[in-house]
Design a protein around this ligand. Structure first.
Ligand code: ZN
Length: 379
């Protein structure tokens, strides 16, 4: 049988929904509508939906949808985990920074989609650790907290969110004046840490809809906002479970025996592997949403490709997702097509944090105009 288009790309058409359209199952919902030959991929079949009249092509379902200059996605992906900066990559590939950012944007959506789909196979069976990774965007005057929720045992990244912070601490007079000047153009909103952490808890609750235990612990450091976001030391979870909040001092030695080890580990790996977070680097992120996209690409590597703690005890061939309880077959099944089969937003069920990343909706310092968004984001 010849390959067929999987569904109508128009989400307002019944043939967009795999579970709602008998024509879709029968393969009678479209007609062939000639071919065209874009420079990038050569001869491509076009189609028309018989139900809504939308015209589309095989290219519509590819990660390279509307791309004129194809780049090798696995190479780009590997560069996101090996400390390469955007400019290095652009130079190596002989393209502009913008092209690289566009392709990373595509990989980020693949990563978010993969993460969201993996939820169906995950039954929460471990305690969790959350923390705010400290970095900055645009300049040191705009520090941030990138909140992360990580499995205490598996080191699986369950969720991530972003909060802009106001620069505090000791500053010279000159620096204070500079800050005041910059803050006329962008002021982090009060309570961003609290809101961001609250969204992260929303992410946690999504996982807690399926859990094997009657209670689980969330370890954090002693930051006030975490306690405030939870509202109590013990809170109810969906399906009658309970979440116990346990606070640990962040000053305790960062060894493997530290209850916050899982986030400390993720923090260390991220700083080592992603150029924009390397301390004292000149390659820091200029834009919050680009920063989050790169984080999601990194998490796809960390969760679904990278072996669980190399050299650690036991199971060195397992991925972090497997340690969190997803079967290898399921991880591999969902991973298939990562570099070429385009994920459609309408087919996903995303959490609030994931939606903010998908739509590039985090507030970013000094963005006078919104960066161009990808044509396929809202599909
Ligand atoms: Zn249609």
């Amino acid at each position: 049988m010849k390959p067929q288009p999987p569904f109508c790309p128009n989400r307002y058409c019944s043939c967009h929904w795999l579970d709602r359209s008998p024509e879709l199952a029968e393969g009678t919902w479209f007609v062939k509508d000639g071919t065209y030959s874009p420079d990038s991929v050569g001869r491509t079949q076009r189609y028309r939906c018989r139900s809504c009249g939308t015209r589309f092509s095989d290219q519509t379902f590819r990660l390279d949808f509307a791309v004129k200059l194809p780049l090798d996605y696995p190479t780009l992906f590997n560069h996101q985990i090996s400390g390469s900066g955007i400019r290095d990559l652009a130079r190596i590939q002989g393209v502009t920074d913008k092209v690289i950012l566009n392709r990373i944007s595509r990989l980020a959506r693949q990563s978010i989609a993969l993460h969201a789909r993996m939820r169906a196979y995950l039954t929460l069976d471990e305690d969790l650790v959350a923390d705010g990774f400290e970095s900055f965007t645009w300049s040191q005057y705009f520090p941030n907290n990138i909140h992360m929720l990580v499995g205490k045992q598996s080191q699986y990244l369950y969720g991530a969110d972003y909060a802009n912070l106001r620069r505090k601490g000791r500053m010279r007079e000159r620096q204070k004046r500079r800050r005041a000047e910059l803050e006329k153009r962008f002021l982090p909103l009060p309570g961003e840490v609290l809101r961001s952490f609250t969204r992260l808890l929303g992410q946690l609750r999504r996982y807690a809809e399926k859990m094997t235990r009657s209670q689980l612990c969330l370890y954090t450091d002693e930051k006030q906002e975490y306690r405030r976001a939870l509202g109590a030391d013990s809170v109810e979870l969906p399906e009658g479970g309970r979440l116990i909040h346990i606070r640990r001092s962040s000053k305790v030695a960062r060894t493997r025996h530290n209850d916050l080890f899982a986030v400390n580990y993720y923090d260390r790996e991220l700083r080592k592997d992603q150029a924009n977070h390397v301390r004292e680097s000149v390659q820091f992120s200029r834009e919050v949403n680009n920063c989050m996209e790169r984080l999601w690409v990194y998490s796809a590597w960390h969760n679904y490709r990278k072996p669980y703690r190399i050299g650690g005890r036991g199971g060195k061939e397992r991925t972090h997702a497997q340690v969190a309880g997803v079967k290898k077959k399921q991880v591999e099944g969902l991973w298939e097509g990562f570099f070429y089969r385009r994920a459609f937003y309408s087919h996903l069920v995303l959490t609030e944090s994931e939606q903010l990343a998908w739509f590039r909706a985090f507030r970013s310092p000094m963005q006078e105009s919104r960066p161009p968004t990808l044509q396929y984001i809202a599909a």
